[in-house]
Write a protein that binds this ligand. Structure first.
Ligand code: F6P
Length: 549
């Protein structure tokens, strides 16, 4: 086997394109977007690209044609084209876990062939989708009944991380398309409050739990699943009720069976689907229950359209590649440490939270594929809120603070809930923000308004804040799939440039292991022997003294 260590890689900062970008940055660092636009009146039409149904305007980034040329050269030097092919053809590009990375197979069309270890995985993907469709339809049409013969009215997904954030985000995003007589809730936190508040007004006779966990070992999910079982059985009083009120989504059939869920009620997926790349696998069961199989398949077709675009479009017109390379420029050359994602679509309110796991669990890495320390900074911090709410909260810092915060603005030309002037007002704000961030307001402009001299500095906007604008016609299951796939592949593009493994997550392990050691120390009735540092020991003692039995 070709271990990752056997492939020599040039350090990133030593690559010719990287060095050229560093030198180029020295030349353009003081260039202002005002000047760049004035020099090229067509820029706003030229620096745009379309992929599937998404339109990307990247003209308001601090880049020149030379910057873009060098970034594309960097992508070539880093072997991006080969890495894309390696992913799509099922090679084990998740090097530290020696796994294929095939979320693209989850949306492959029937008849396509994608092999892992010599076996075509596409038929299995469609078999699970068919199983999900049959089950969803039976619940949605009330032919699947609870143990006491009542139809299911409430569906609760229990999962965390990739087994929660995707389902929550997709449910909120596609709520417009959901079956409104079904109630959906999501429990993730091991904090009992999450469970209590999600269940307190529900009747176990009408409630179905989807226990969603790739490993079926995750502390939070199993704790909540056992509480759910106890909550159900307190009313239903018979173990056999579990089969009507619990289904599982997992790769761990043994763990599911041990919990007491029948294999027939388990929806499988595979180790080549990373948790944060799994919302379009069986992990999307709650999504399908909400929007129906047809809409779910439409979402998959959106993912697939963006996959095709990513795989086959020349890099200079390739949305995920362009967004990934611009993120590298902003992060590594302009020194930005974060990216704000600002959807002007209220249904996308959980999209930034979803992206936090996708981007930061993927690219928050400190070593290269070979295990050497990275020589440049990696994954920026992603965060955001829907517009226009954020405008009245943190935008002040983006406009006039001392930090550079590149932003992704996301908007749709049609509202799903047309209401008087609302949508024009919403979109006017999106456009105004990108304009203000790019061009600001000069001292001269402020003075010309008759502003008193002492107030001028306060009312001046430097501008030159980079933004991307993503525009689509309407938020549909297809466009949601395209949007998610766009970010998935942009994250991958960045990971390839940094030469890191975007598909492992060793950084979450240490805390999990230490928690397992501390749990008995908190729960034991005897005074435990504490062998931690003095801070942790003191906190444990204080907690034990103050907690209520
Ligand atoms: O702790 C991080 C993580 O492993 C994520 O990568 C994953 O999405 C989440 O936990 C949940 O894991 P599981 O689906 O196995 O319960």
């Amino acid at each position: 086997m070709n271990t990752p260590a056997s492939t020599p890689h040039l350090r990133l900062a030593d690559r010719p394109a990287w060095k050229a970008l560093a030198a180029h940055h020295e030349q353009v660092r003081n260039l202002h977007l005002r000047q760049i636009f004035a020099d090229d009146p067509q820029r706003g039409e030229r620096l745009t690209a379309e992929g599937a149904d998404l339109y990307l305007d990247y003209s308001k980034n601090r880049v020149t044609d030379e910057t873009l040329k060098l970034l594309l050269q960097l992508a070539d030097e880093c072997g991006l084209a080969d890495r894309i092919e390696a992913m799509f053809s099922g090679q084990k590009i998740n090097a530290s876990e020696q796994r294929a990375v095939l979320h693209v197979a989850l949306r492959a069309q029937p008849g396509e062939r994608i092999e892992v270890d010599g076996a075509d995985v596409v038929p299995e993907v469609h078999a699970v989708l068919d199983h999900m469709a049959i089950f969803s339809e039976s619940v949605r049409s009330a032919s699947w009944l609870g143990y006491t013969g009542r139809p299911i009215r409430n569906i609760i997904n229990i999962g965390i991380g990739g087994s929660d954030l995707g389902p929550v985000m997709a449910y909120e995003a596609l709520r417009h398309y959901s079956q409104r007589d079904l109630t959906f809730r999501f429990i993730s936190n091991v904090d009992g409050t999450d469970f209590e508040e999600a269940t307190r007004d529900l009747d176990p006779e009408e409630t179905l739990f989807v226990i969603c966990s790739k490993t079926f070992t995750t502390l939070e999910t199993l704790t909540n699943a056992h509480s759910a079982r106890a909550w159900s059985l307190r009313k239903l009083k018979d173990e056999r009720a579990v089969q009507r009120h619990f289904v599982a989504v997992s790769t761990n059939a043994e763990g599911v069976a041990k919990f007491g869920i029948a294999t027939a009620n388990m929806f499988g997926f595979w180790d080549w689907v990373g948790g944060r790349y799994s919302m379009d696998s069986a992990v999307g069961l709650s999504t399908m229950l909400a929007i129906g199989a047809e809409n779910f398949r439409a979402m998959l077709s959106g993912f697939h359209a963006m996959d095709q675009h990513f795989r086959s479009t020349p890099f200079e017109r390739n949305l995920p590649v362009l967004m990934g390379l611009l993120a590298i420029w902003n992060n590594n050359f302009l020194g930005a440490e974060t990216v704000a994602v600002l959807p002007y679509e209220h249904y996308l309110k959980r999209f930034p939270a979803y992206l936090q796991q996708l981007t930061m669990e993927s690219n928050g890495k400190h070593v290269t594929l070979e295990g050497a320390p990275v020589d440049v900074s990696t994954g920026p911090i992603y965060w955001g809120e829907p517009g226009t709410n954020g405008q009245h909260s943190f935008y002040q810092l983006i406009h006039q603070g001392t930090r550079l915060v590149p932003c992704d603005f996301i908007g749709f030309c049609q509202s799903l809930n047309p209401l008087g002037r609302h949508h024009d007002l919403l979109l006017a704000n999106l456009l105004a923000q990108t304009e203000a961030l790019a061009f600001g307001k000069t001292k001269e402009q402020v003075e010309a308004e008759g502003t008193p001299a002492w107030l001028v500095p306060h009312r001046t906007f430097e501008g030159n804040r980079p933004t991307n604008t993503l525009l689509a016609e309407r938020l549909t299951p297809q466009t949601l799939g395209q949007l998610v796939a766009l970010y998935e592949h942009s994250v991958f593009t960045q990971g390839v440039i940094w030469d890191i493994d975007s598909f492992d997550q060793w950084g979450v392990e240490l805390g999990k292991v230490l928690a397992q050691r501390i749990i008995p120390e908190l729960e034991s009735t005897d005074e435990p022997k504490l062998a931690h540092d003095s801070s942790t020991n003191a906190l444990i003692r204080r907690y034990r003294r103050l907690r209520k039995e």
